[in-house]
Design a protein around this ligand. Structure first.
Ligand code: SF4
Length: 454
């Protein structure tokens, strides 16, 4: 039941529902883009009912922690933060302390015992629960699905940022042996396509020019929906939104990277020529024990198909080194695969056992020094490959979407997701600028603007 007539709900530039009530919220977030998007939604909800943000937890009228458990270290960090907040809670018992994120799912009873000073635990994206400590939110219940996962601080004068994350599917049906996500985020649950399109439309109306669609297995989108539509259909629907310039999506699973999705990426105007496709290891026996459900050849073939459809497409992947039982020969399979495929970006991680997962029951038998050596080998390989690749881009002109300033220079990314820095007297925030590359490094490019920003 809405209390006041609705103005289009919270496009970044429209007035929020309730005037500032002098109250402040503090949100602390660790983990992936999904968590960032969920925290942005919580911020938008509180802003909607008159709260304003503070970066000082001691000045807040509500404190929200958004947790991650993908590694034991992440969970320990959250526990440390919660313990540190016990003192503040004793000093200000009236200030609600809230925990959400992957640490909460299926763990509420245990957490209540462990952290009795926490007032509310709510599962990731179960935003309705927040009204139990912020009664004003009850008013918002009917419109909650429409509220974007986006927060535009007042300081920006309501002017939105340039890019936004939009979760489209929660959870994962895979059971990779090293991963805790399925146990904490549950089964794949796709958001209705109409909600997503409405949310992106709001964001674009508010000035956002690039949207990244998010999911742990984003290309499983729609598998649980009855209308038979999938990610390719959603890309088409979002691509059609007037004013959107760029569209990205992550994180994909090789098993679901269909010809239809790749063909659609190649066809649409806004879908950027960049693919994030984790491989995790280059040896089939290791992939089998990781329960990844594909072979190195399938992953390689998907990359080749993508490069055939979109010449110049850039590829990012994820790799874990030092998985239990990984022999030198199996590690060299990963090395050889990365050398042959030459990705633009490789997110490297050293294996660490995650209690509650299948692989945590196996001996973590690769010594830490050896994990470090393998990690370094791949890092050096990647640096060499990116140095060679980027050197060939000297003198090219790239279209950059300017996201902000870094070290006094404008910064943004190409459609291929490469970071570019350049100088420009003009205010080009949020603009598309053609930049001629004048200097290259393995990790970013530098250049000078040519022509008029648009
Ligand atoms: S695909 Fe595997 S690694 Fe990714 S979230 Fe699902 S279980 Fe975890």
């Amino acid at each position: 039941m809405a209390s006041t007539p609705l103005i289009p709900l919270h496009p970044a530039t429209s007035p929020v529902r309730l005037a500032p009530n002098g109250k402040r919220f503090f949100i602390w977030t660790i983990g992936c883009q999904m968590n960032e998007a969920d925290s942005a939604k919580v911020a938008a909800m509180l802003q909607e009912v008159g709260y304003r943000r503070t970066e000082d937890e001691t000045a807040a009228d509500i404190v929200v922690l958004n947790s991650c458990v993908v590694r034991q270290a992440a969970e320990d960090k959250v526990a440390g933060k919660l313990n540190a907040l016990a003192k503040l809670k004793r000093a200000k018992p009236e200030v609600p302390l809230v925990l959400t994120g992957c640490m909460v799912t299926n763990q509420q009873e245990k957490l209540r015992e462990r952290f009795p000073h926490v007032d509310l635990f709510f599962d990731p994206s179960d935003f309705n629960q927040l009204q139990r400590v912020v009664p004003e939110l009850a008013d918002l219940e009917d419109d909650l699905a429409q509220l974007p996962h986006y927060y535009a601080p007042e300081a920006q004068g309501g002017r939105s940022g340039v890019t936004a994350f939009v979760p489209i599917i929660y959870g994962c049906n895979f059971l990779c042996s090293y991963c805790i996500v399925p146990y904490r985020r549950g089964k794949e649950t796709s958001r209705p396509m109409a909600d997503i399109v409405r949310e992106v439309t709001h964001l674009v109306d508010g000035g956002v020019r690039e949207v990244t669609l998010l999911g742990q297995t984003v290309n499983a989108y729609g598998h649980d929906l009855s209308d038979g539509r999938g990610l390719a259909d959603l890309l088409r629907a979002v691509d059609a939104i007037p004013g959107l310039e760029r569209l990205r999506f992550l994180t994909s699973h090789p098993k679901y990277m269909s010809d239809e999705i790749i063909d659609t990426m190649a066809e649409l105007r806004t879908t950027c020529e960049h693919m994030n496709l984790p491989v995790q290891a280059g040896d089939d026996e290791v992939l089998r024990r990781m329960r990844r459900t594909y072979t190195r050849d399938l992953w390689r073939e998907r990359i080749a198909y993508t490069r055939g459809k979109m010449p110049g497409v850039t590829i990012a992947t994820d790799v874990i080194v030092g998985f239990p039982g990984e022999t030198e020969a199996q590690f060299l399979q990963t090395y050889d695969l990365l050398q042959a495929v030459a990705c633009d970006k490789v997110h490297l991680a050293m294996y660490s056992p995650r209690p509650g997962t299948l692989s945590a029951r196996w001996a973590d038998d690769i010594p830490h020094e050896e994990k470090q050596r393998r990690h370094q080998e791949l890092e050096q390989l990647q640096e060499r490959l990116c140095t060679e690749r980027n050197a060939r881009r000297l003198g090219d002109t790239e279209e950059i979407l300017v996201e902000g300033m870094a070290k006094g220079r404008w910064t943004g990314r190409t459609r291929g997701n490469t970071l570019v820095h350049f100088d420009d007297e003009r205010d080009v925030l949020g603009k598309l600028v053609d930049v001629r590359i004048t200097r290259t490094t393995p990790w970013f490019l530098m250049g000078e603007p040519v022509g008029e920003p648009h």
